[in-house]
Each structure stands twice: as structure tokens, then as C-alpha cells.
Write a protein that binds this ligand. Structure first.
Ligand code: SF4
Length: 444
């Protein structure tokens, strides 16, 4: 088994553009006030397409927390949240963003009182412009559903708020299944109606009539980008894989919350073309692919680069995962660009934490089989129960249905103190040895 220190990763060159696009997006948010733009803070589903069509600037709370964690800048915001009274076991995404809300509110008060001088380390979080209104559209997690309500309280309850209620898809009825059944159809209609209500609320907030033609245009870019993303992902069923899970993680920001336009489509066209070229030339995503794993769990943003290197050092290509492959406009055929509301509602319901276990088992086992996976890595995310809740059932199901082993490691979305490095390494080694033994037996 390889324990080489030098990284054998071969990340896609095209995804480097995602970093630049994301930085440009945040710079635009930071300067929104100077440009006289209205700002909406939101969480959960990609309702940003509605904000884009309405000419608003949008700040996605989770994305901002993930960004701070990936840059190791999350602590000042988390400390502000802690001082305000949020316990360390609260979802670290929410805790970080609520800390940002506290800092933003403090900055606003200091500005109004003429007192200036926020300490430097706080500056990044406090650069978020205060919201003109909130929208919450969170599926599958009660923390997410209450998050904006709590931000609303931090801002003294004088900022308007709109909640989109996204029902959990239990998937237990006889006719229920992925993208089918009475529950799916009824939930779709229920959410579609609320999106029309949200649009009326946005009209009130902006004082302008909503531009449905612009929404159709925005959704046509989303659909095209999503098709290219899915096409590129499907090419990674090949062994060795031309790209890895970490490349799809790098592409989350563009598909999840960046403005949809020609630049977004060009980004995914470049990613798709690079993957296709690699496939044609036999260029792999890691130097020496010997194992193919599935990653279940939300991302550990503090350890992103480290994890990518760690798996590659053990000749592991992480090829797909629940967070990347079962989220983010993942079913583009559902989007009717002439009448996009229903397909949007369906995607908001298709959050990977919003399914009952039966559907999750189906999706996990389907992807493990399609991508020729040898084992599953479960990121047991300390403060994100929505993702961790079904993990032991999924592990059992993959073992029983496909004979695939799994391992768990402890970490968190945006709080590095919960990460246990020795556990990851020792359990990974044990699982890979088990895979080797099984392979040897199969050959005997
Ligand atoms: S607990 Fe998980 S799903 Fe819920 S808000 Fe936090 S990160 Fe999102």
C-alpha cells in the first residue's frame, strides 16, 4: 500500500476558474450598498435564480460560512456567535453565519453611533452588507429552516422575512419512489404555489413587476450548465476516472449560487471538454487509481485540500458522492425553460437531506453500482445531523445489497475542532486492506 508523501492528485485545470468567479461574486456582494443595490440574505435551496431575475443581490448564508471555513477565517464569526450565546453543538454553518449577522449588526450600530474600529480579523465577516430582507427555503433540516428566523431576531425583527416550506419526502407510500408517486406530485404543486407567493413578495420588496422572461432566460442557462455538469460527471464512470469528487466539490459554488449566464455555461463547457479530453487521452484524476470510493456527507470545508491529498496518497479515487451527485440542479430534464417554476420547485425538494431512507438507499446503491465503487467513506459530520442521521442505514444497505464495505470518520462542515485525523487514517487503511483481501479471495 502506498504511503507516499508527495501528492499524486491531478485536479482539473478548468475548475481554477470557479475560484475567480466566486471571488468576483463576493466582491460584488461586498460593494452592493455602494452601488445602491438591494440585498437579500437566504439559505437553503437555489432560489437565487428568482433574485437574479428580480435584479437583486443575494447572499447565501451557507456559502459564506463555507467560504470562511475554506479560507480558515471562520473563527472570528464563530466567536461572535458564541459570545452572543449560540452553543458549540449548533450547526457550524449556521453558527458561523449567525456570528456574521452579529458582526454585521454591530458594524451597523457602530456606523450609526459614529464609533468605528472593528478589529482587522473581523473585517471580512462584517463586510457583508446588512439584508433588506430574508428568504428561507431550506429542505430536510429543522436547523436550516429556523436559521433565517434567528438572523431576523439578531436584526431586531425589523427586516422582512419570507419562508418557503419544503415538505420532507418520506417515500413510504406504495407508489412512492424517486421522482414519482402521489407524494412527489403533491409536494411539487405545494412548493410551486409558494414560489409564486415568493415572487409576489419580491415584487413588494423591490417595488417592481417581476420579469418572468428574465427568469426563463436565467433558467435556460442553469439547464444548459447542469446538462454539461452531468455529462462530465457521467464520463467519470470510466476507470481510471478522469476527474474526482474533489473537482465536483470545486464546481459547487458555480452551479449552486453564482449568477446564471453565458459565463456559467462556458465554465461547465470547459470542465466537460477537459474531462472528455482526459478520457480520450487516458489521463487519470489521480496518479495511480487502485480503489474507487463514494463519499457520503456534507463537505468538511476546513480540510478540503487535505482530504483530497490524503485519499490520493492511498491511491484512492473518490469518484462520486451524495453531496455532489444528488444535489444542485441534478435533474436538468425536469426544467421546462418556457415554464420553469415546477421544475424549480422539484429541485428544491430534491435536496439530499430531504429524502426518506428508502430513496436514499436507492440513490446511494445506484451510484455505487454505476461508478464501480469499492467502498464508502462516511463523513460523520458532528454538527450536521441532517446528513448523518441515515448514514448507518445506508452503510448496512450497501453492504447487504452490493457487498460494499464502508468506514466512518469524524469531522464537521465548518468547525475544525471536531476533525479526528488519526481516525480517518486508521479506518481508511483498514478498509483498503479489507478490499485487498476480498480481491485476493476472488482471484484464488
Ligand atoms: S445542520 Fe446541516 S443541513 Fe442543517 S443547516 Fe446545518 S449544514 Fe445545513
Amino acid at each position: 500500500m502506498s504511503t507516499a508523501v508527495a501528492s499524486p492528485m491531478n485536479r482539473l485545470g478548468s475548475t481554477a476558474l470557479a475560484g475567480a468567479m466566486t471571488s468576483a461574486y463576493w466582491e460584488r456582494i461586498f460593494t452592493a450598498r455602494e452601488r445602491g443595490a438591494q440585498v437579500v440574505w437566504y439559505n437553503g435551496s437555489a432560489v437565487n435564480v428568482i433574485f437574479q431575475a428580480a435584479g437583486l443581490e443575494w447572499c447565501h448564508g451557507e456559502a459564506f460560512s463555507a467560504r470562511l471555513a475554506a479560507q480558515h477565517l471562520e473563527k472570528p464569526a464563530q466567536l461572535a456567535g458564541e459570545e452572543y450565546g449560540y452553543v458549540g453543538e449548533l450547526c457550524s454553518y449556521a453558527r458561523t453565519h449567525l456570528g456574521c449577522a452579529v458582526l454585521t449588526q454591530q458594524a451597523r450600530e457602530e456606523e450609526n453611533s459614529g464609533v468605528v474600529g472593528m478589529v482587522d480579523q473581523r473585517e471580512l465577516a462584517s463586510r457583508l452588507p446588512a439584508p433588506d430582507f430574508f428568504v428561507n427555503a431550506y429542505a430536510g433540516c429543522s436547523t436550516g429552516q429556523q436559521w433565517d428566523e434567528i438572523s431576523y431576531r439578531v436584526f431586531g425583527k425589523d427586516v422582512p422575512i419570507f419562508n418557503v416550506s419544503l415538505p420532507f419526502l418520506w417515500g413510504n407510500k406504495p407508489d412512492a419512489g424517486y421522482l414519482r408517486g402521489q407524494e412527489w406530485e403533491e409536494a411539487t404543486t405545494y412548493v410551486s404555489d409558494q414560489l409564486h407567493d415568493l415572487i409576489r413578495f419580491v415584487e413588494q420588496m423591490t417595488g417592481r413587476k417581476f420579469d418572468f422572461d428574465r427568469l426563463r432566460e436565467v433558467m435556460s442557462y442553469v439547464k444548459k450548465a447542469s446538462e454539461l455538469r452531468r455529462e462530465a460527471m457521467a464520463m467519470c464512470k470510466a476507470a481510471p476516472t478522469p476527474a474526482t469528487y474533489w473537482d465536483w466539490i470545486a464546481s459547487i459554488a458555480p452551479i449552486n449560487f453564482l449568477p446564471a449566464g453565458p459565463e456559467l455555461v462556458a465554465y461547465f463547457q470547459a470542465v466537460r471538454d477537459e474531462v472528455a479530453q482526459r478520457l480520450a487521452d487516458g489521463v487519470p484524476g489521480i496518479a495511480n487509481e487502485r480503489y474507487r470510493l463514494y463519499f457520503d456527507g456534507i463537505m468538511n470545508w476546513n480540510k478540503l485540500g487535505y482530504l483530497a491529498r490524503k485519499f490520493a496518497e492511498y491511491d484512492v479515487a473518490v469518484v462520486c458522492g451524495r453531496y455532489t451527485h444528488n444535489a444542485f440542479w441534478q435533474e436538468p430534464h425536469l426544467i421546462d425553460t418556457d415554464d420553469p417554476i415546477r421544475g424549480m420547485a422539484q429541485h428544491y425538494l430534491l435536496c439530499p437531506t430531504n429524502h426518506g431512507v428508502r430513496t436514499l438507499k436507492y440513490l446511494t446503491n445506484r451510484d455505487c453500482a454505476d461508478y464501480g465503487v469499492d467502498g464508502i467513506v462516511f463523513h460523520s459530520t458532528r454538527t450536521c445531523r441532517a446528513f448523518t442521521n441515515p448514514q448507518h442505514l445506508l452503510a448496512k444497505s450497501a453492504q447487504k445489497e452490493l457487498g460494499i464495505p464502508s468506514m466512518f470518520f469524524e469531522g464537521d462542515v465548518a468547525d475544525a475542532s471536531f476533525y479526528k485525523e488519526e481516525i480517518l487514517e486508521s479506518r481508511l487503511v483498514a478498509m483498503l486492506e479489507g478490499i485487498d483481501v476480498r480481491r485476493a479471495r476472488a482471484l484464488a
